[in-house]
Ligand binder design. Structure first.
Ligand code: G1P
Length: 282
């Protein structure tokens, strides 16, 4: 299974930290976000990844490369885990020449994907789900007859609606909607509902033609959500709910909370951090 990981975004919500460093390399505990994303793709069954990069993103390629100078480090350094991960999957890098948004970065993978249905996971979002989120989406796609596309959605609070692509359509079975209306970053009044696209997709190769036919929309970028709306006129696009939690690390506050949440769950760090937090809160 092939998976595209767009990682070309500018990281403007996290400046100046992301001025010369990719937001996908922000650490959550001891691993950069993109490593969690690659782990999720591999755990979902991916054996071939295309990471879409851009200017100032070279650190991502280096991260998944072999470092002979670190070979002599004592274990446990986490490096062996990373090397084992890198050996399980082939990672290709395609560079997006200009930051033209999510749909354009997906289009950059077209030649590599060809005519297969493929997965997309955002390079700055960690999904903690069991089974892994992309596996859940592919399973749904199989149940639904291996036809069309499947996108993950979750209800979003009213004040956050304008940060998301919002979809609506008839619920065809519990937790599965045949998406018919799509609006990228609507105002509360325009929003067709509260189902927000979370950034994990199983896409039919028909999406490429749909992206090419889509004019620029919100933020004057060609939006993947608008291309999905076009695709849904020709073939099914299902919005599906999922079990698990997502962490959008490109947001400073969520990055900080994710670090704390993950650290609290860590057997070594958790107990000391918990008592320190209690003291610090006084
Ligand atoms: C992108 C998508 C949007 C989706 C969101 C999830 O927006 O365009 O439809 O709801 O990811 O994070 P971005 O966050 O890049 O503005």
């Amino acid at each position: 299974m092939k998976v595209v990981i767009p990682a070309a975004g500018l990281g403007s919500r996290f400046l100046p930290a992301t001025k010369s460093m990719p937001k996908e390399m922000l650490p959550v505990l001891d691993r950069p976000v993109i490593q969690y994303v690659v782990e999720e793709a591999v755990a979902s069954g991916a054996d071939d990844l295309v990471i879409i990069t851009g200017r100032s993103k070279r650190a991502i390629e280096d991260h998944f490369d072999f470092n002979p100078e670190l070979g002599g480090l004592p274990e446990p350094s986490g490096l062996r885990e990373l090397e084992a991960l890198s050996e399980k999957v082939t990672i290709h890098f395609v560079r997006q020449r200009q930051p033209r948004g999510l749909a354009d970065s997906v289009l950059c993978a077209e030649r590599h994907i060809g005519r297969e249905t493929f997965g997309v996971l955002l390079g700055d979002t960690i999904n903690v789900c069991r089974p892994p989120l992309l596996r859940q989406l592919f399973d749904r796609w199989e149940e639904l007859g291996k036809e069309g596309s499947v996108i993950a959605v979750e209800p979003v609070p009213e004040e956050k609606i304008s940060d998301y692509g919002i979809v609506d359509g008839p619920e065809v079975r519990p937790g599965v909607w045949r998406a018919q209306r799509f609006i990228e970053k609507p105002s509360r009044e325009e929003a067709p509902g509260n189902l927000g696209i979370t950034g994990a997709y199983v896409l039919s190769p028909g999406i490429f033609a749909a992206i090419r036919a889509t004019p620029p929309g919100a933020r004057r970028e060609v939006q993947l959500t608008d291309a999905l709306a076009r695709l849904a006129r020709e073939e099914p696009v299902y919005a599906v709910s999922f079990s698990g939690k997502r962490y959008d690390i490109g947001d400073r506050e969520i990055w900080l909370r994710t670090n704390i949440e993950f650290a609290l769950r860590d057997a070594k760090l958790g107990p000391r951090l918990r008592s320190w937090l209690q003291e610090a809160g006084r």
